[in-house]
Design a protein around this ligand. Structure first.
Ligand code: AMP
Length: 226
């Protein structure tokens, strides 16, 4: 099974992708995570990407697409994948299709997680991450047991620089300008599954799993009613 998760920053792509990946045993490919690792390790890609990620701008297509295609070419992706954070604009969507059309099947669905701006801002501004194991917390919705300390590995939590208020605004503007058109791109291809994503994560996950339990061919038939 191949899935693409679309939605504004804070819509829950990362949270849902992690749960779906566990549940369905599919590789979770998060371009944001791959870029943050490259930045942390100070690789040539990380050095180029840093200023874009920290300001909330998109990293240039040629860098991100190359990184994704390399990742999609690895063996653990043979059973399928969940793409989280890619494609982020129409050009990336076209390049993904070009790449997948060289593989045995180009069948995939795109879930569009649609949350209100109020929800997005609340989720992003309260998000805290473990610097060691990358576990994700929220100051209000999912606080750690001890203030700013990871429940799993006791490392210190931090706020992503791009989750600061000034940068959140830019990320949402970038999303509306560049990524929102990808929703239409997939809708025209009859791949889009539109889900309201303001509810708590477990409820959204249940909804996604229910939809995915439908056989692929039926899903394609029924999708417009979802
Ligand atoms: P995310 O963790 O998905 O919110 O991504 C964090 C940041 O990584 C974004 O604000 C971009 O700067 C960069 N990024 C992630 N995915 C992409 C992509 N597909 N294209 C360009 N930049 C990306």
């Amino acid at each position: 099974m191949k899935l693409v998760l679309l939605g504004a920053p804070g819509a829950g792509k990362g949270t849902q992708a992690k749960s779906l990946s566990k549940e369905l045993k599919l590789a979770h490919i998060s371009t944001g995570d791959l870029l943050r690792v490259a930045i942390k390790e100070n690789t040539p890609l990380g050095q180029e990407a840093k200023k874009y990620v920290e300001s909330g701008e998109l990293v240039p297509d040629h860098l991100v697409t190359k990184m994704v295609i390399e990742r999609l070419s690895r063996e653990d992706v043979s059973e399928g994948f969940i793409l989280d954070g890619f494609p982020r604009n129409r050009q990336q969507a076209v390049e993904l299709d070009d790449f997948l059309s060289t593989k045995s099947t180009c069948n995939y669905f795109a879930f569009y997680l649609d949350a209100s701006e109020k929800t997005l801002i609340k989720r992003l501004s309260g998000r805290r991450i473990c610097g060691m194991c990358q576990a994700v917390y929220h100051l209000v919705n999912f606080p750690p047991k001890e203030d700013m300390v990871c429940d799993h590995c006791q490392s210190e939590l931090y706020q992503r620089p791009d989750d600061k208020e000034e940068t959140i605004k830019n990320r949402l503007a970038v999303y509306n300008r560049q990524t929102a058109p990808v929703v239409e791109y997939y809708s025209k291809q009859n791949r889009l599954i539109h889900l309201k994503a303001d509810a708590e994560a477990s409820l959204v996950l249940d909804e996604m799993l229910k939809i995915l339990a439908t056989p692929f061919t039926l899903l394609k038939e029924q999708k417009k009613k979802v």
